[in-house]
Design a protein around this ligand. Structure first.
Ligand code: AKB
Length: 315
């Protein structure tokens, strides 16, 4: 049976990943860790430890004790929060990742690392952004993602650590709210549609970004970590996407269910500048070819599922 450790387990990805892993592999085989425990009750029962991923000694102690064959290292700050506190972003995103990779090297655990569309910058081709292309981001979040991609690649080549990762687009979920990202509008819009029937977007009309419904993201992570290594030409990290849209298109999809839904704009210049530096759409053909990446949800099916579940959740 596999043994798995997750850092940053109470974030948007971690909460749903731990739920699925505990269901698939048995609760006792999945160690969940986070710097805080306030929402730990949202996880299905199983081992939980408070861990600041920057603390290399404690990280190593947990890995030595639990002996995971795979570490999903999710602890990190998102783009908008990172831009407000670049030093903290560097500390958490880089030092946390170094600690996970060191544990991978010393204790022979595979390491999953979540990169982002933020690993690209204004000089990268914006449409159908290739897997291998120019990566010169102009945000601290993007800088930490590129540096971590290179580190993870280095650990694989130099020490044979089984590092793998994806470049996530904006992730959309009705269970856990994202915190401090640029793509968060694409989650907020659904909450506000159900609660208020209207939404004011901080991202401008016509701004395209890649997005994904969280069940596809979770399935993709597990699928990549279980993929046959002999098929992997790339490692850190694969472009993956499910859809690319701009705010008017989400609004139109919502109006198929809530015809009176209204959308207006109060653009936030900081998050708009970040969005403008990112791709409009990714080319994910390498992930499709090397480990059969094949997401299930598009904008219409995701919208129907989000609204159904949010109506049930919010009443
Ligand atoms: C963010 O907006 O910061 C994240 C991301 C795309 O990495 N959702």
């Amino acid at each position: 049976m596999k043994k798995i450790m997750v850092s940053g387990c109470l974030g948007q990805i971690g909460t749903e990943l731990v739920t699925k892993l505990r269901h698939d592999y048995g609760a006792e085989n999945v160690l969940a860790t986070d710097i805080r425990e306030d929402t730990a009750h949202a996880l299905p029962e199983g081992p939980f430890v408070i861990l600041d991923a920057r603390d290399g000694k404690k990280y190593a102690e947990q890995v030595e004790k639990f002996k995971p064959d795979t570490i999903y290292h999710l602890a990190g700050l998102l783009s908008a929060t990172a831009e407000k506190n670049p030093q903290l972003a560097w500390d958490i995103n880089i030092n946390g990742t170094c600690n996970a990779l060191e544990c991978g090297r010393i204790y022979h655990s595979a390491v999953f690392f979540p990169s982002s569309i933020a690993a690209f910058g204004p000089g990268t081709p914006h449409d159908k952004t290739p897997q291998d292309t120019l990566q010169r981001p102009n945000t601290i979040y993007g800088v930490t993602k590129v540096a971590s991609e290179l580190l993870a690649e280095y650990y694989h080549k130099k020490w044979g650590v089984d590092t793998r990762g994806v470049r996530f687009p904006g992730l959309i979920s009705y269970k856990t709210l994202p915190g401090g990202g640029t793509t968060d509008y694409a989650v907020d819009i659904y909450y506000q549609a159900v609660q208020q029937g209207r939404y004011t977007s901080y991202i401008a009309r016509g701004t395209y970004m890649d997005m994904m419904y969280i069940p596809d993201a979770i399935d993709g992570m597990i699928q990549l970590m279980e993929a046959d290594p002999s098929r992997l030409i790339h490692r850190c990290c694969f472009n993956i996407t499910s859809m690319s849209f701009e705010p008017e298109q989400v609004a139109a999809a919502i109006r198929a269910h809530i015809p009176s839904f209204a959308l207006d704009y109060a653009v936030d210049p900081v998050r708009q500048a970040i969005a403008d530096s990112w791709p409009n759409s990714l080319d994910d053909s390498a992930a499709r070819a090397e480990w059969d990446w094949n997401p299930k949800y598009d904008l219409e099916s995701m919208t129907a599922d989000m609204l159904k579940n949010l109506r049930a959740k919010l009443g």
